[in-house]
Design a protein around this ligand. Structure first.
Ligand code: 28G
Length: 654
């Protein structure tokens, strides 16, 4: 290591100086996306990203993250240590510059590959701007260096040498500012997920997570990287073969793909990453993968007389039951991200690179593993037959659409008047009575209401036929109008938003879980493309009688709201813990939970596929012992809304 340290030259002029930290404090969301849970954790990712970059450059092997009791977090690496010398232009230590000036991702010219994309990689200065303090210790060139910032990035203790050492690395401790974030409570699970995902993608780096609040710690280290990722995703599934791993570098683009097929699964699970950032909306790498895979399988099947000319397999037949991880490293200047959330790779040349990559490698694998190949083609043909049969049934149903079926739909669903489907919203409401209230409180033009009688069926490991027998789901499928399973076609959906609205108690959470399990199994792209939401009714009502006939009141969704509501109502207020949708009249339900301008919605996303799969099989599967264990470990029955929070894996949107 010492040898390598000497070899590396750096130029402190490289640090691009942009502007101060006030901008970040004024508009934090512009830099970290939000001031909620996601934004709070973003502060950690910024620091961890720097440690990862250092390890990717070949310096350091272990990154440790510690959540402290006082609400601060530490990140430590064993790299070279952040440079401490005086920057020529700025005339301040490089470390001070790094923590006090904004630099966008990729401004460090020595980086061929970075971990940054889109909003990520805005740098440690953003964490500093939004923290009460940042404390930095650097072990470098035989000395221990220390610098401390307080109160949104002001130097509190200038850089000083505090001792001698023979180790090297960096330790950063920071405490997010409670005046900026809606909550400053770091979530073990969120950091766990992030570090685990990083460890799968960066197979040579070890991540250690410690929580001093609970004295729990966890190490992530995957010798086999994404191959292990796929294997773990498919744990407990009936797989065709061991996970396949392929890797190559073409025109400076490093491609790594791991994939495995499962029986008894109608979904395709493809997760793609570019420079370790998830590309949720896919892009040219995913398109290339699909194209190349389809070509490889069809060519193989044809060459071996397994299919006849007209019966070519469609891509979806070939991807049914497939789990794949696609991980690309692209030089910074080649990355093009598209879409509102920058979750889609646009780089054109990637398409052919990945397409040829998978075509060549998979063709070779098919030829070398005949038994697997025959099984795979058979499986694809089963999917093809099912698809053709489903289309026929759909056409027949359309031709002889019985009046009876229509009656069932119309008597339950109160439709929206508009035909502008993208703007329409379907509220799936717990209980007939709340359904009635929602019907009266809705915006008739764009909002439809579908009340549920009792609890929906648990669709974990149910067959399609069983699911269809269930009236609630048949009605939901009809209402959405885009089919189900492999034939689900999101472009036919009659609603831009499907909103689950339940009471904020354990029963409500259970219903949410059952509905989400259904969507996860049979309309997964409805979730992954961001169309599924959970409505958040308020938790408190703060009120005061101002006269015999007049009452003033405010609703509160969280503790911060509650403080504000108390202030607004003034002395003499009464707080009632809000128990359910049923306590509101139509006007109130509209005001608090349905009106797009006032309500709070949680958008459901699968930000951790691994966890989603695991949690669904734990919570909804047949193994009751496993579920009991999970519930005992994770559910706090003393406060019901805690349970709700754990259940929903998403981010407040409105
Ligand atoms: C523990 C929490 C987060 C880091 C380093 C190491 C270097 C560095 C970091 O340099 C400035 C500008 C362009 C090269 C680089 C040390 C070269 C030589 C570094 C971290 C220098 C940034 N010696 N370790 N930054 N560049 N760890 N961990 O932040 O020219 S950041």
């Amino acid at each position: 290591m010492a040898e390598e340290l000497k070899k590396q030259h750096y130029n402190e002029d490289d640090i691009a100086i942009l502007h101060g930290l006030e901008g970040v404090q004024k508009r934090p969301a512009m830099y970290i996306g939000s001031t909620g849970q996601s934004g709070l954790h973003h502060l950690v990712w910024e620091i961890v990203d720097n440690a990862v970059d250092e390890a990717l450059n070949g310096f350091g092997t272990t990154i440790e993250v510690t959540i402290h009791k006082d609400g601060s977090v530490s990140v430590q690496d064993d790299g070279r240590g952040i440079p401490t010398g005086i920057h020529k232009e700025a005339k301040i230590p490089a470390v001070e510059l790094i923590f006090t000036t904004l630099h966008s991702g990729g401004k460090f010219s020595n980086k061929a590959y970075t971990t940054s994309a889109g909003m990520h990689g805005v740098g440690a200065s953003v964490t500093n701007a939004l923290s009460d303090f940042v404390d930095v210790t650097i072990w470098r060139e035989g000395k221990i260096h220390h610098i401390r910032f307080e109160d949104g990035g002001k130097v509190k203790v200038p850089l000083e040498i505090i001792g001698n050492t023979n180790k090297h690395g960096t330790l950063v401790t920071f405490k997010p500012s409670a005046s900026i974030f809606t909550s400053v409570d770091f979530k073990w699970q969120t950091i766990f997920d992030h570090l685990q995902e990083s460890a799968y993608l960066l197979r040579k780096i070890k991540f250690v997570l410690k929580d001093e609040r609970t004295n729990i710690s966890q190490t992530f280290y995957y010798e086999n990287g994404i191959q292990q990722f796929v294997e773990d995703l498919n744990e407990n599934k009936n797989t065709l073969d061991k996970p396949l791993y392929m890797q190559d570098e073409i025109d400076q683009i490093k491609v790594e793909i791991a994939m495995q097929y499962c029986y008894n699964d109608y979904n395709e699970t493809i997760y793609s990453y570019v420079n370790n950032i998830r590309t949720v909306d896919g892009g040219t790498h995913e398109t290339g993968f699909r194209t190349g895979l389809t070509r490889a399988v069809n060519d193989f099947a044809e060459a071996n007389n397994l299919i006849r000319g007209k019966n070519k397999l469609e891509g979806s037949d070939i991807r049914e039951g497939l789990t794949a991880i696609i991980s690309l490293r692209i030089p910074e200047n080649m990355t093009e991200f598209e879409g509102q959330t920058k979750g889609k790779l646009g780089t054109p040349q990637v398409l052919n690179v990945v397409s040829n990559f998978i075509y060549n490698k998979f063709t070779y694998y098919l030829a070398e593993n005949k038994e697997f190949s025959i099984n795979l083609i058979k499986k694809c043909q089963d999917a093809q037959n099912a698809r053709v049969a489903a289309r026929k049934a759909k056409e027949e149903a359309r031709a002889s659409k019985s009046k009876k079926a229509e009656v069932i739909i119309t008597d339950k669903l109160t439709p929206a008047q508009s035909k502008d489907y993208a703007k329409n919203e379907l509220f799936i409401v717990e209980g007939e009575s709340a359904g009635g209230t929602a019907r009266n409180g809705r915006d008739r033009i764009h909002q439809a209401v579908l009340p549920l009688r009792g609890k929906p069926l648990n669709t974990d490991s149910t067959t399609i036929a069983k699911m269809l027998e269930n009236k609630e789901f048949a009605t939901i499928i009809n209402a959405i109008g885009a089919g189900y399973g492999q034939a689900f076609d999101i472009s036919e959906a009659k609603y831009g938003k499907v909103i689950i609205m339940t009471d904020a108690d354990t029963d409500g959470a259970h219903i949410q879980t059952l509905l989400l399990t259904f969507f996860y199994n049979f309309m997964r792209s409805l979730i992954t493309s961001g169309h599924v939401y959970v409505a958040v009714p308020p938790l408190y009502r703060v009120s005061k009688e101002v006269s015999k006939t007049k009452e003033v009141y405010e609703y509160a969704w969280n503790d911060k709201d509650l403080i504000e509501a108390k202030k607004k109502i003034g002395p003499g207020y009464k707080i009632s813990r809000f128990k359910g949708l049923g306590e509101m009249n139509a006007q109130q339900l509209k005001e608090t939970t349905m009106d797009p301008n006032k309500r709070q919605l949680i958008q459901i996303n699968i930000d951790n596929p691994f966890l989603a799969e695991k949690r669904i099989s734990t919570l909804m599967g047949k193994d009751t012992a496993l579920r009991r264990k999970w519930v005992e470990e994770n559910v706090d029955f003393s406060t019901e809304d805690n349970f709700l929070k754990e259940q929903i894996h998403g981010e407040k949107k409105e």
